[in-house]
Design a protein. Structure first.
Length: 100
């Protein structure tokens, strides 16, 4: 039976990635971005729904999407501070992910 060996480098890399995503989510949450998204109503019709401000789940989703440069475009920023932070978040994310 094999024993589980914890690789310290892997744990540190995982913690760095999780910290980066969580910190980004907190920033996006606190900035107070708003977005309009398309949802389906009970009748199946598409309706526009305003999300203002973002919930933490939206901020976390955006942190991952932006940081990994996936950019599905479901949410968009409305605050200048958020746009400036995104530049840092993307550059830091590239460094953190490539270093992991």
């Amino acid at each position: 039976m094999g024993s589980f060996r914890c690789d310290r480098g892997l744990v540190l890399a995982a913690l760095a990635v999780l910290s980066w995503v969580f910190f980004g989510a907190v920033v996006y949450y606190l900035v107070g971005n708003c977005s309009t998204v398309t949802r389906l109503s009970e009748t199946g019709a598409e309706v526009q729904v305003d999300i203002c401000p973002w919930h933490f789940a939206h901020a976390f989703y955006y942190s991952v999407q932006t940081g990994l440069s996936i950019g599905f475009g479901v949410l968009s920023e409305t605050q200048k501070l958020s746009e400036l932070y995104s530049i840092f978040h993307i550059l830091a994310g590239s460094s953190v992910i490539s270093g992991a």
